[in-house]
Ligand binder design. Structure first.
Ligand code: SF4
Length: 376
């Protein structure tokens, strides 16, 4: 998918959760009011510094994404104050997608009504599973009933665009359990579903439990079966798999995430947030204390900055573009002997190709990175 020059998104990383799930390696802290106050004042300073530098050059934001962590760890009025500050700082497109991630077990109707009234128009719940036993195995607090209640509350509060994040291949989860989760969620009529295979991140509690043989490692074959089952099931329910892990009802693909996969630009605020702007990738320091200290000294908390060469940009266009259902134009494939490479991958059943575009097959999606390497 091509994107116009105007595609620009803003990501805000809110690094707080009530408890850390056993698989989670995101940068976050356990929510505490003094730490959240430190974060809010540092974030306001980060916004002020970017405003002073006029970094975004007057371009309108097409999407604003509050992620984390659990953004709803902050009270709703504070999230609204933050959104108000952002809109007062940068022009925001009238039809901008404004997403907030939320934990199903920590929201109220009143909070969500405040957020919807303020202009948040998309909500993403970390549902993970619809089996309580899975929650225990991944250390996620709450109960599955909370997800159903949260979706109903969100809808009543005015959210029409509702995403549910799911994980599959959890310890002790089998194919019928996964199908049960998918079936249960259909009764909630979400507009978007993200399905992620459980991966084991270094340093997590789950990685330690596996190393000590307390928990079995994910079964890759089973995960592939679960992925195929989700693809079939969700297609029958009217969802289009527009990206490897993402399924949407018509017109509900996540515009913010599409920026990442189509070479769009985004500015990330908050500790550990990543940015891509004017051909430069940069990331904020993943430490609230150091992040706040930099901003206190009027310095942006950026730790790494990479200017992408033309070849690196082309490689990204290929790697990220191939994640999308409709693939990439043939012209993006840079491999020597392009046609022969494409034909070879087509004959192995990994790629579909026509005169204009190449796209991964279902099989190819499992080996997306390897295929991309061969095409570069
Ligand atoms: S709720 Fe989400 S961000 Fe928070 S610890 Fe669990 S997986 Fe990580």
């Amino acid at each position: 998918m091509s994107h116009s020059k105007a595609d620009l998104g803003l990501y805000i990383h809110i690094p707080f959760c009530r408890r850390r799930c056993h698989f989670c390696a995101f940068y976050l802290e356990i929510a505490r009011s003094d730490r959240m106050a430190l974060f809010r004042s540092a974030l306001a300073q980060e916004i002020a510094l970017y405003r002073r530098q006029e970094s975004l050059g007057g371009q309108a934001l097409q999407s604003i994404y509050f992620g984390g962590g659990t953004p709803t760890s902050l009270p709703a009025d504070q999230l609204v104050a933050l959104l108000t500050l952002i809109r007062a700082t940068w022009p925001t497109a009238g039809a901008a997608e404004i997403t907030v991630e939320a934990h199903p077990s920590s929201i109220t109707f009143e909070d969500l009504a405040i957020l919807a009234d303020a202009g948040f128009n998309r909500i993403s719940f970390g549902a993970e599973s619809m089996a309580d036993k899975d929650f225990a195995s991944i250390g996620r607090f709450g109960q599955v009933e909370d997800t159903a209640a949260a979706v109903q509350v969100a809808r009543r509060a005015g959210f029409k665009n509702i995403n549910l994040d799911l994980m599959y291949g959890l310890p002790g989860q089998f194919l019928p359990d996964w199908i049960h989760t998918l079936e249960s969620l259909m009764t909630l009529a979400p507009s978007h579903i993200s399905c992620y295979a459980l991966t084991i991140e270094e340093g997590t509690r789950l990685a330690q439990d596996i190393a000590r043989n307390l928990v079995p490692p994910p079964d890759e074959i089973l995960q592939i079966d679960m992925e195929s089952a989700a693809e079939r099931f969700l297609a029958e329910e009217g969802f289009s798999r527009y990206e490897i892990s993402n399924y949407a009802k018509p017109d509900h693909a996540c515009r913010h995430n599409l920026l990442y996969w189509t070479g769009g630009e985004y500015l990330g605020l908050g500790p550990s947030a990543q940015s891509y702007f004017h051909g430069v990738r940069f990331g904020n320091i993943a430490d609230l204390e150091a992040y706040a200290a930099c901003l206190h000294d009027n310095r942006l908390p950026v730790t790494d900055r990479t200017i992408l060469s033309a070849s690196e940009r082309q490689r990204d266009a290929l790697v990220f573009g191939l994640r999308l259902l409709h693939g990439v134009p043939r012209s993006v494939v840079t491999a020597a002997e392009r046609d022969r490479q494409i034909d070879e991958l087509v004959s192995k059943g990994l790629l579909d190709a026509d005169h204009d575009r190449v796209r991964l097959t279902s099989l190819g999606r499992r080996y997306a990175d390897t295929v991309a390497e061969q095409l570069f």
